[in-house]
Ligand binder design. Structure first.
Ligand code: GLA
Length: 392
């Protein structure tokens, strides 16, 4: 059994245990790693994420015929098989816990588009580490939206599914996240990265040059403070944009930012400088990824990390140390940086395949023997976006 088959088996088994019936369909949505373009999605900029071979799977079947009303029933197998029931003939409000609110928020958002949600029972299982910055949340939202759309015959497009999942997270989970993670999970193409304009949602797959490897390094540091700090950063960006007289920081370049600097709070200035400089790094990084220019990747990813550390202040000394270690090993053979929201979580590295062994060994030597920081490196496969799983 491969990784996905094990996940499907777990979802099937969880469905049987919860409902005493067989599921009739399966759906999957991947997590993501962002290669560059960090904290720019909610500023309308460009990002370059990649869906990964870690995902959330749903087993789905019809509602119980004996039910007294139209319900969506859900069981979260990875949350101790916690159950949730959403009444589909009443207004949906947020419930008590986060996973359940992703489900409730999706129902709310689909109905907000004037579309019905067909009664069903679902079981959810995943293998994206939770809280590591690999978008387990976005993948949960996208897979629920995909399953309900497909089962209900709603035929919502991939962009719409991503927007529904983002709305659920914004309105029901309380995270003011942008659209990057959900778009990556919904729209990615196997073997490629996704260059996404977060304002227009236009996107195109970017090939990854043969001989390049993608590595994720989980720092092992949980991201407890991430949501409040994230929401604060977003508010700071909005305040900076307002000061500069633009709708989104995307509308600025360095010259315009400098020209508008007078009277702008120093912290807000640095937040804006990160966003403006980071957006400018995405295109060169996409070109370097497609052409296998590892020296260029080393430069732009180092500049991105520095900017996240100094201007955006979302790194931690422990993360910087891992970045320094990996950058030393890589030299011009690839780049490394913090990925995702920050304050812990994962680092991403893009490198010549031959360099991967030395990087893994360096991490292993330095971190795995000291129990206080058990960082782990793993190579990932760029994967396809969400959809039904066809069982053979
Ligand atoms: C989190 C959010 C995304 C994005 C990143 C930072 O993953 O969910 O929308 O803002 O952080 O780039």
């Amino acid at each position: 059994m491969d990784r996905r088959e094990r996940l499907i088996a777990r979802a099937r088994q969880g469905y049987r245990m919860a409902y005493g019936a067989e599921p009739s369909r399966f759906f999957a949505a991947p997590g993501r790693v962002n290669l560059i373009g960090e904290h720019v999605d909610y500023n309308g900029g460009y990002v370059l994420p990649c869906a990964i071979n870690r995902e959330t799977v749903i087993a789905l079947g019809p509602a119980d015929k004996n039910d007294q009303g139209p319900f969506l029933d859900a069981v979260a197998i990875d949350m101790g098989s916690a159950r949730s029931r959403v009444a589909l003939d009443a207004a949906v409000a947020p419930g008590a816990n986060s996973w359940e609110n992703h489900v409730r928020g999706i129902v709310h958002a689909i109905r907000g588009l004037g579309q019905p949600v067909k009664p069903a029972r679902i079981a959810i299982a995943g293998d994206i580490p939770i809280g590591a910055g690999l978008s387990s949340s976005a993948s949960l939202g996208v897979v629920v939206a995909t399953a309900l759309s497909d089962y209900g015959g709603l035929s919502l497009g991939r962009e719409a599914l991503a927007q529904i999942a983002q709305a659920a997270e914004n309105d029901f989970v309380g995270c003011a996240c942008g659209i990057m993670d959900q778009m990556a999970s919904a729209c990615a193409v196997e073997g490629k990265a996704l260059l996404l304009d977060c304002r227009s949602l236009e996107h195109m797959p970017i090939p990854i040059a043969p001989g390049l490897a993608l590595m994720v390094i989980d720092s092992g540091i949980g991201r407890e403070l991430a949501t409040s700090a994230f929401n604060e950063r977003r508010a700071q960006c909005e305040a900076a944009a307002q000061h500069c007289g633009v709708a989104l920081l995307r509308d600025l370049d360095m010259d315009r930012l400098e020209a508008a600097r007078g009277g702008l709070d120093e912290v807000l200035y640095r937040r804006a400088r990160h966003v403006v400089s980071e957006i400018a790094r995405v295109e060169p990084a996409a070109v370097a990824l497609a052409t296998g220019d590892t020296a260029r990747l080393a430069d732009v990813m180092a500049a991105s990390h520095r900017s996240l550390r100094e201007d955006y202040e979302v790194s931690l000394p422990a993360l910087d140390q891992i970045v320094d270690l990996v950058a030393d090993v890589l030299g011009t053979a690839g780049g490394v940086r913090l990925t995702g929201a920050g304050f812990g979580g994962c680092l991403v590295a893009v490198m010549a395949e031959e360099a991967a062994g030395a990087v893994s060994e360096a991490i292993e030597r330095r971190y795995n023997r000291t129990a206080s920081l058990p960082a782990r490196a793993e190579l990932l496969v760029p994967s396809a976006g969400a959809g039904p799983i066809r069982l053979v």
